[in-house]
Design a protein. Sequence first.
Length: 302
Amino acid sequence: MDFGRLPDIKNVDFRLPPDHPATPQVLARTARPTRPNLYLGCPTWSNKPWIGTYYPAGAQDAQLLYWYARQFNTLEMNTTHYRIPDATAIARWKQAVPPGFVFCPKLPQIISHDQLLQNVGEPTKRFCDAILGLGSSLGMAFLQLPPFFGPEDWPVLEKFLLQFPAEVPLAVEFRHENWFKESKVTQKAFDTLEERQITTIITDVAGRRDVLHMRLTTATAMIRFNGHGLVPSDYTRLQAWANRLHQWLEQGLQTVYFFMHQKDIMDAPPALVYLMEELEKRTSLTLARPQKVQQFVQGQLF
């Protein structure tokens, strides 16, 4: 995730802002679950640097999703941003993952960026029909709006959301800075998301602290975290997220999606392990951690 990435972070205030006033109101309307759903993962599965560490030595490209799904329980699926998958791909992905694993497919760029949500009924239907084929392996689709798509475009977004199939869980990532300034239009937008049970994406990235808006519209939180190579601030930020997620879980949050972006993909698993450890300290949850795969080399186990 290059959006909002800075080459120098020494002057960035990484503290999490307070919750938006609407967040506790949203959570107060939901019953606290007996056991919340926590999905933690990465944006890609074809991570060849993991071969010999988190993937077995000699793993082939066609096997990487299988091995990824043995390490994490969700995937931020950027593949679908570039093409609508066919039935063969859907079946292959579904067969590769175990029960409990969920995909979060990004809406195709032809819908969000090329046609800017206008006259997209046909590709939207094709995309939704395709991902519904994932069945119980479908987590939540997400719509990433272009940085230039602002509140003045709300009528277009509203029409799209009202026509979007209700059976497909959806999250929206706003990027234009004016979405985070209070106005009649933005209030209407967030009210509509609440009414339609559409989740807001919260992005934690150095160069755009405004997208860290802390405004939930459903009992689901989807967080995209951009780290900096396991520097000290990565750990303090993850501690802060563990605190905030614990607070939200106590207030009634039902589901968490947390996606770890690191410039070097080798840094993503240990960062997620750290977050899991911090969450376990604060909750009664037990989270399955990614583990380095034991390797056989010339008859010996390493």
